[in-house]
Design a protein around this ligand. Structure first.
Ligand SMILES: [Zn+2]
Length: 490
């Protein structure tokens, strides 16, 4: 790297700090890598695609298919890849990391970069974006731009941090992992999982009412689609989810917000009640923390869906220019804006940028852990917000796709027996109230529920746009003069 590199020494600010630690962080500056990694020079598509890696990016793949693709990448490109598992989920699925770099260049001369996706299981487009970035990098590895990238950087791509939630999302969309939970208190975890009993392939939310009712979510909810596995008459009252949001579980400011916190409507919903039983209680989070702790990294992106933007720390408080802990935040703000711009330019869809706290306050997120504990520049890239904006206004930051229309289907008492195989006299709501003589069940299948088996339109464009945002992040990091060792612990 050309030029001088200014090093900043951070003082410890927080009560959590351990005595006597110093943190050193390379300040961003123009480097040789910057110039060589000008986005204009990157190839947009590989020239040759091996048959076992001919992937349709407009499809969603089951977790075992993703595993097979990662394995094929490692097999086809052994010179530049290592594939390993950094840990396992509650249900013993592997958390795969594909490490991509020029192995002939010593590790200490390169800069580590993390691409971590799908901490929220149902956000599958994020996994596709990370997988695409890995795929594009290895398949284009003969290209000069990519060769420079691999000479200067080490990419650590973990496409699925929450494989249990990822797999469950093919039944019904869920953010959560699968720490066993016993929601109905019968002593058996997951004893009434959601099940498609009407054969439409999706899970409905069930409301009680008569055939004459105008169906709406204003009707009284009766349960979730299930065959009442636990036989207690309440449909779907012990589903496969944990109630835990793993992106509130990291060991940094864990559960900072509690029920008495002002604005609990915002903060409570986004933090305390989903944070898990303890800091880093989840095996998936522990594995990722360990990996980040052991692996020198300058920057990382964690990929999500639900909005379209690039966010940067902090999640738990606003920026404070006087606080030395915040020294790199202006740099991240600037980089995030460039990343969002690259994403927007490629896709033609809007992407905004904000500090995560300004977007909505949370605590114990991955990016706060990464920057707060390890001084890693950390970004949340939100790759997809389904649906259409008003008047095609790009500022609405939507994907501009058409989502399936929600459906309502009524089953009379007689049909509950004949079509669904349930005894209408045995069914009750959560309070134990049985169906009235004239009542039946309304099955509501939302747009989201109907997306359980498909990718949104133009996902192939989305994953390429995300690649450009990631390449922009990489190009902004110092390169080629030694990686940062995160041995300190703020
Ligand atoms: Zn998410």
């Amino acid at each position: 790297m050309a030029g001088t590199k200014c090093k900043r020494v951070f003082s410890m600010g927080l009560a959590l700090a351990m005595v006597g630690t110093l943190t050193v962080h390379a300040a961003p500056s123009t480097s040789e890598g910057d110039i060589l990694l000008n986005l204009e020079n990157r190839p947009d598509a590989p020239e040759n695609i091996p048959t076992n890696l001919d992937i349709d990016w407009n499809k969603q793949y089951r977790f075992d298919e993703i595993e097979a693709y990662l394995e094929s990448m490692a097999e086809e490109y052994p010179e530049i890849t290592e594939l390993y598992s950094i840990g396992r989920s509650h249900q013993e699925r592997d958390l795969w990391c594909l490490e991509i770099t020029n192995e002939d260049v010593p590790k200490e001369d390169k800069t580590g970069i993390g691409v971590f996706a799908n901490i929220h299981g149902g956000e599958r487009e994020s996994a596709a974006s990370a997988l695409y970035t890995a795929w594009w990098t290895v398949l284009c590895s003969e290209d000069e731009y990519v060769q420079t990238l691999l000479d200067e950087y080490i990419l650590y791509v973990i496409p699925v941090i929450n494989p249990d939630g990822y797999e469950q999302s093919f039944v019904i969309n869920t953010r959560q992992n699968l720490r066993p939970r016993d929601l109905n208190g019968d002593g058996i975890p997951f004893s009434d999982p959601y099940t498609d009993i009407d054969g439409d392939g999706y899970i409905a939310t069930i409301y009680r009412g008569t055939a004459e009712d105008t169906p709406s979510t204003e009707l009284e909810q009766f349960g979730m689609e299930s065959c009442d596995w636990d036989g207690n008459g309440i449909l779907g009252d012990d589903p496969r989810n944990s109630g835990i949001d793993m992106n509130r579980n990291f060991n940094y400011q864990w559960n900072r917000f509690d029920i008495e916190t002002e604005d609990t409507q915002v903060i409570g919903n986004n933090a305390w009640d989903r944070a898990g039983p303890d800091a880093a209680s989840e095996p998936e989070v522990q594995a990722l923390q360990q990996f980040m702790y052991k692996t020198p990294m300058y920057a990382l992106a964690t990929l999500h869906t639900g909005i379209q933007c690039v966010l940067y720390p902090w999640c738990y408080r606003p920026y404070d220019a006087e606080n030395p802990d915040d020294a790199d935040i202006p740099f991240m703000q600037e980089t995030a804006a460039k990343m969002a711009e690259a994403f927007q330019e490629y896709t033609g869809r809007g992407f905004y940028t904000k500090s995560s706290y300004e977007d909505y306050p949370t605590s114990a997120e991955l990016i706060d852990y990464a920057y707060g504990r390890l001084n890693i520049h950390a970004y949340t890239i939100e790759v997809y917000n389904g649906g259409q904006s008003e008047d095609g206004d790009i500022a609405d930051c939507k994907w501009e796709n058409t989502l399936p229309e929600p459906t309502w289907v009524f089953y009379s008492r007689e049909e509950i027996q004949s079509k669904l195989g349930l005894d209408p006299n045995a069914l009750t709501d959560e309070e134990g109230n049985p169906l009235g003589a004239d009542e039946g069940l309304w099955f509501y299948t939302s747009s989201t529920a109907q997306m359980a088996d498909q990718a949104p339109e133009n996902q192939d464009v989305m994953v390429r746009g995300c690649r450009d945002a990631i390449l922009t992040m990489i190009g902004n990091e110092p390169s080629g003069d030694g990686a940062q060792v995160p041995y300190y612990y703020k």
